[in-house]
Design a protein around this ligand. Structure first.
Ligand SMILES: NC(=O)c1ccc[n+]([C@@H]2O[C@H](COP(=O)([O-])OP(=O)(O)OC[C@H]3O[C@@H](n4cnc5c(N)ncnc54)[C@H](OP(=O)(O)O)[C@@H]3O)[C@@H](O)[C@H]2O)c1
Length: 277
């Protein structure tokens, strides 16, 4: 029988489904979970890129399976969850990481683009969870919604993205109350500026994929650092993790001095625009 590297570790025997894990933070989170012994179901919409990631992790000796699925399509999410059960027989951990971001001001945005961004962040968490819930209840498992520090405050040019990410915090809270008896963990991780894959794209006002705006490297965490924080969040079954000093500062300022918070956001946006546009 084949021996896999992820049959030992703190998560040995557990199965994790991570949406949007063919690239970026999701891919590195998959690697971190594999390193702790979990078997991982990878997901994305691009067959070739997903297969490339699956092969890379399999070549490192990890037990992984992949499923191409658009997480805004409920039937596709049922297939995604079925992949976990077919390959590994159970599901312990769901991380809803897939998301589309934007670089577009609300006044300019096509309504359909707003819907696409919002759907990927809201239904992109709701549908995988709806499909996975019976299995997660069986294992008293863990659910983590990947959000952003921009959900804590709001960010010009990110209306649909921020609204979608903010909705996830309330959804997690409500589910924690509704499903308290099941023993399932519901948490949210608010991620701050993180290094991106070079080919990462976000949507402009017309729905065209465009490169993400430049960010000073010293402000960013690596994808591996963020993945390690997500792993710790799941292992400790935390309700909320806010990544980075900036994220925690936003949280405090937004609660105690909201007008100052808005002034800082607007001033830094103007400075960034002058620097890079
Ligand atoms: N990078 C940052 O600085 C940062 C900051 C705050 C929060 N975050 C959050 O962290 C998470 C990961 O971000 P990232 O930077 O790694 O982004 P990324 O590189 O763009 O990865 C997002 C992944 O989601 C997939 N995806 C998007 N829509 C999908 C859909 N409908 N169905 C299935 N897969 C879909 C993408 O694959 P395809 O589009 O190829 O299918 C891609 O693999 C996101 O939730 C993001 O909002 C990131």
């Amino acid at each position: 029988m084949a021996m896999f590297r992820n049959q030992v570790g703190r998560l040995a025997g557990q199965v994790a489904l991570i949406t949007g894990s063919e690239s970026g933070i999701g891919r590195e989170t998959a690697r971190a979970f594999c390193q702790q012994g979990a078997a991982v179901i990878l997901n994305g919409r691009q067959t070739e890129r997903l297969e490339h990631t699956r092969q890379a992790l399999a070549a490192e000796g990890y037990r992984v399976a992949a499923c191409v699925a658009d997480i805004t399509d409920y039937a596709a999410c049922e297939r995604l969850v079925a992949t976990a059960i077919t390959h590994f027989g159970r599901l312990d951990i769901l991380i809803t990481n897939a998301s589309i971001s934007q670089r577009a001001y609300f006044a300019d945005m096509q309504p359909e683009v707003f819907r696409q961004v919002l759907d990927s962040n809201v239904y992109g968490s709701v549908y995988p969870l709806k499909a996975a819930l019976p299995h997660l209840i069986e294992t008293r498992g863990s659910v983590t919604f990947i959000s952003s520090i921009s959900a804590l405050n709001g960010m010009p040019s990110g209306s649909a993205y921020c609204a979608g990410k903010a909705a996830l915090a309330n959804l997690a809270h409500t589910l924690r109350l509704e499903l308290a008896d099941t023993g399932v963990h519901f948490g949210v991780v608010h991620i701050g500026f993180t290094q991106n894959d070079p080919d990462k794209r976000v949507l402009d006002a017309a729905g065209q994929p465009v490169p993400i705006a430049h960010r000073p490297p010293r402000w960013q965490k690596s994808q591996a650092q963020v993945a390690a924080i997500i792993l710790r969040h799941v292992q400790r079954r935390r309700q909320r993790t806010v990544i980075s000093a900036l994220g925690r500062l936003i949280l405090v300022v937004h609660s105690l001095l909201p007008r100052l918070g808005d002034w800082v956001v607007l001033t830094s946006q103007r400075r960034m625009r002058n620097l890079y546009e």
